[in-house]
Ligand binder design. Structure first.
Ligand code: EPZ
Length: 431
């Protein structure tokens, strides 16, 4: 059980390269189940969630081998249809094997994914989409038991919006089911995230017929079969935003390379509003100039192209260091504020009112032992540790390792002083 110890007050300087996107790679890996033959995915980050998805694919009859940044996936046996609770409880993204299993194997037994620190994480929209395509779905003993008639899935028009707008993995899941369905499927209120576009382009390269990728209306014309091919995972826009914010809060000048600037428009706009200077070389490198203080801003998280919920916690750390008041409203995961109490331990003044927090800027933060709770809250605490007076211990750092490839190594390369230590014995860990 690791914890990360960060010495605050060191200036960051230099350049780092962003890894491939975890949230793009996971559905791309699931999509490999749709084709015969060998799929090669490039630029796949080596982190916990990717290894978990590889285990899930192996349990579903695929061979998965890593060659540096590439993953080779070959489906050997198409009889298994079960995604076990043991795997699904650690990574809810495993739910996106449901679509490929129904499309290709006409059946699935998938454990309900658990909730997590950011909310209950329902999958009603995933189920609604599969039922719309003709699957019979029932819930028994914590598993989704799904069956498809002999003729396979049938394309339909459907509306996939929920109480909080579109669903990213729900769109990915239904898209992967629809590409082999008979006839045409129209998905209204589809997610527009770059990760969904990356998947749609990969499926198209495999032979699928998809229109409207990146818009809220996807039109899919089903085909009989898909062929395995190779594809590149897009850069991780969330990691890029996190590294830019690390440079903003602790940096002299920090360059993040290999970035898709067009995937970061909302984040760069918000950073500009806060007075943070980010320049670009037109070739995928963004350079941020560090500041001691920021201008207060209001921010509301929304589905893409709105401000991303996955960069809400990191921004909140910076908003602690203003001379005014900022309002942060979470419209995607209303409870995604586990980092608020931990930032409070470091001297932040943040008040939570339902899905909104009021952040009063303070003169500075002080290092303290804090507890990570979810992937992005952990990142927010690391950023706080970089700039806090003294030492910060971020415990349960495995949350960070699930979704960031060598984040501490990248920060150390820029000049941070970070070490990993064993969690103190006897620490009562209740997740
Ligand atoms: C993806 O999760 C990302 N994960 C999340 O990133 C990200 O925060 C989220 O999209 C929103 O951008 C991966 O891609 C692996 P949603 P996903 O379905 O697809 C509600 C990270 O830190 N909803 O778009 O599971 C849901 O409760 C992770 O990398 C339903 O009501 O999120 C939420 O309020 C965290 N019913 C909203 O929709 C459903 O069936 C958006 O969720 C599905 C979702």
């Amino acid at each position: 059980m690791d914890m990360m110890v960060i010495e605050g007050g060191r200036t960051l300087q230099g350049s780092v390269r962003v890894s491939g996107s975890k949230n793009a790679a996971l559905p791309l890996m699931a999509a490999a189940l749709l084709a015969e033959g060998r799929t090669t995915l490039h630029n796949v980050p080596d982190l916990m969630d990717i290894r978990t998805m590889a285990s899930l694919l192996r349990s579903l009859g695929a061979e998965v081998v890593r060659n540096d940044g590439d993953l080779e996936i070959e489906v050997r046996d198409e009889t298994p249809i079960e995604a076990s609770y043991d795997i699904m409880r650690t990574m809810r993204a495993g739910i996106c094997v449901l679509g490929p299993l129904l499309a290709r194997r006409h059946g699935a037994r998938v454990s309900y994914p658990g909730g997590c620190a950011i909310g209950s994480r329902p999958i009603d929209l995933h189920i609604k989409g599969m039922v719309s395509l003709g699957a019979k779905v029932k819930t028994e003993h914590g598993y989704l038991e799904c069956r498809v008639g002999r003729g396979g899935l049938t394309g339909r028009e459907m509306y996939l919006g929920g109480a909080y707008g579109s669903t990213v993995l729900g769109t990915a899941n239904v898209l992967m089911a629809a590409v082999l369905a008979r006839g045409t499927t129209v998905i209204e209120c589809a997610a527009c995230e770059p990760e969904v576009v990356n998947l749609a382009e990969f499926l198209t390269a495999m032979g699928a017929q998809i229109e409207g990728a990146g818009t809220a209306r996807l039109i899919v014309t089903g085909v009989k079969k898909l062929k395995a091919t190779q594809w590149h995972t897009i850069p991780d826009r969330i990691e890029a935003a996190t590294m830019l914010m690390a440079g903003a809060v602790a940096g002299g000048k920090v360059t993040v390379e290999g970035v898709r600037r067009d995937h970061l428009v909302a984040v760069l706009h918000k950073m500009n509003e806060m007075g943070i200077k980010v320049s670009h070389d037109g070739n995928g490198a963004l350079t941020v100039t560090g500041r001691k203080r920021f201008r207060p801003v209001d921010v509301t998280t929304m589905p893409y192209p709105g401000y991303p919920t996955d960069v809400q916690a990191q921004l909140m750390t910076l908003l602690c260091l203003t001379d005014g008041i900022s309002v942060v409203t979470e419209k995607v995961y209303p409870d995604r504020f586990m980092h608020v109490a931990e930032l409070g331990r470091m001297g932040a003044e943040i008040r939570k009112e339902n899905n909104t927090t009021i952040v009063h800027g303070v003169r500075g933060l002080s290092g303290a032992p804090v507890m990570a709770s979810d992937l992005r809250a952990s990142a927010a605490l690391v950023l706080a540790g970089l700039v806090a007076r003294g030492e910060t211990e971020v415990r349960r750092i495995y949350h960070l390792d699930r979704g960031y490839e060598n984040l501490d190594a990248k920060l150390i390369k820029l000049g941070a002083k970070i070490t990993r230590k064993e969690q103190p014995a006897g620490e009562v860990l209740k997740d």
